[in-house]
Design a protein around this ligand. Structure first.
Ligand code: GDP
Ligand code: IMO
Ligand code: MG
Length: 428
């Protein structure tokens, strides 16, 4: 058994979906362990494109088992829409190969309403720019011990009771604080009932399933969502998501001890961010536009334009420190073709000193000034190359610089969205 985990190192959208899809070949089971449908993982095979929000990115491989762990927050409506769409595209979806933990918390309509009401009520600089999918309020209910879990759908009386309990507080907030109409418990209950019927066949003891796979010597691939800088504890708080995105959470979020042979850090060859919050290497010039256009940097969940900037080795070093990768998958290197000079942020100037780690005080990341080293770019289109030897010399130097600085081998280089646009580099 040689378990693997794939995680995002920056502010999400590093190309995790594509990497998981590729590595699924080497796995038997794929597990999502945190986040919800705030994620958007894109897979491209030939002329087909799939954007998955909740279902693990291994689903296109018909003989693999996909699991949604207890650490995920699941919107029943989104789950059903996603399986219907996949089914229409000919993907085999059945409870034999797709399972939801009974402990997974459900995103209810009032979580989405609260998420959106809160964002609307915040003034400009305080807005987080959430995806509005109810992620934060659902995790809040989990921690407050008033959440509704997928397993509860087997007992609708319990769901009814829990909805009523949850709405006492929610309606008070919605009405008194946010000037919204109260939510009718009957409506919420009627809305969830048809989904309960559809979801129940998919329920399972996910933790036990992973254990069984382990006992049988199978390989489990854990699929991270978001990125380290969006981690609730270790990211750019408060401009973060509401779950732990670091690799350690794979254990708590799936109910399995931490046992990873391969820890794959997905690093985009530059940096992007959707939503508000500090972004030291952000570019508001033609180089940023180059990345935006060439990389088609629009959010796969909300369609928002992604902010773009140079690669930031300070946050990458932090991701390495926090998550212990054994290798790196470097994505979107093709996007940098055509830039005359490529800048690499190797440190920050903060309070008159050069620092190598992100400062920890709230919003200190908004006060740092990046320190750059410049490298000559390359003009060749690399999106069709299939080996390291075909790589232009300056592109190779760029890759080697990242490897050297982070002291981790790059084992995969992605040069386009398609599965085939991938270069595997064998370890020496
Ligand atoms: P994820 O959330 O980490 O799975 O990433 P997203 O799917 O949200 O965003 C990555 C985007 O870049 C998607 O549109 C992918 O199809 C695309 N993509 C992935 N790898 C590459 C690559 O190497 N080059 C280019 N040009 N696009 C890529
Ligand atoms: P994937 O898995 C990029 C961002 C939102 C917002 C912040 C909080 O595709 O990489 P939330 O709705 O989670 O409360 O929003 O987090 N965010 C993401 N940004 N990729 C994602 O997922 C994201 N999931 C959440 O834009 O800034
Ligand atoms: Mg994404």
């Amino acid at each position: 058994m040689s378990n693997m985990i794939v995680f995002g190192t920056q502010w999400g959208d590093e190309g995790k979906g594509k990497i998981v899809d590729i590595l699924t070949e080497e796995a038997d089971m794929i597990v999502r362990f945190q986040g919800g449908n705030n994620a958007g993982h894109t897979l491209v095979t030939g002329n087909k494109k799939f954007i998955l929000h909740l279902i693990p990115s291994g689903i296109l491989h018909s003989n693999k088992i996909c699991l949604i762990g207890n650490g995920v927050v699941l919107d029943p409506e989104v789950f059903c829409t996603e399986i219907d769409k996949l089914g229409e595209s000919g993907v085999n979806i059945s409870p034999e190969r797709l399972l939801i933990s009974k402990k997974t918390h459900l995103i209810m309509s009032y979580h989405k309403e609260l998420d959106q009401a809160r964002e609307m009520a915040k003034s400009g600089k305080d807005k987080i720019g959430t995806t509005g999918r109810g992620i934060g309020p659902c995790y809040e209910d989990k921690m407050a011990r008033i959440g509704i879990r997928a397993g509860d759908l087997q007992n609708l009386d319990l769901v009814w009771e829990k909805i009523n309990k949850a709405l006492v507080e929610k309606n008070s907030l919605l009405e008194k604080l946010y000037n919204q109409s109260p939510v009718d418990p009957v409506k919420v209950f009627d809305q969830i009932k048809p989904y309960a019927k559809r979801l129940v066949p998919f329920l399972a003891d996910v933790s036990q399933k992973i254990q069984e796979a382990g006992n049988n010597g199978q390989t489990v691939l854990f699929e991270g969502a978001q990125g380290v800088q969006l981690d609730i504890d270790h990211g750019t708080y408060p401009f973060v998501t509401s779950s732990n995105t670091v690799t350690g959470n794979a254990s708590a979020g799936s109910g399995y001890f931490y046992d990873m042979k391969k820890v794959i850090a997905v690093v985009k060859a530059y940096t992007t961010r959707v939503g508000q919050g500090p972004f030291p290497t952000e570019l508001n010039n033609e180089q940023g536009e180059h990345m935006q256009n060439m990389g088609a940097e629009f959010g796969s969940t909300t369609g928002r334009r992604r902010r773009c900037g140079w690669i930031d080795l300070v946050i990458l070093r932090e991701a390495v420190r926090l998550c212990g990768p054994t290798e790196i998958a470097l994505t979107k290197l093709d996007v940098l073709s055509g830039l005359e000079t490529i800048r690499v942020c190797t440190g920050y100037e903060y309070k008159g000193k050069i620092v190598q780690h992100p400062p920890q005080e709230e919003n200190a990341m908004a006060a740092v000034k990046p320190v750059y080293e410049d490298f000559p770019g390359w003009t060749e289109d690399i999106s069709k190359i299939s080996s390291w030897d075909e790589m232009p010399e300056n592109a190779r130097k760029y890759v080697q610089l990242i490897e050297k600085y982070l002291n981790i081998k790059i084992s995969i280089i992605s040069v386009g969205p398609d599965r085939n646009q991938t270069i595997r580099i064998m370890k020496n």
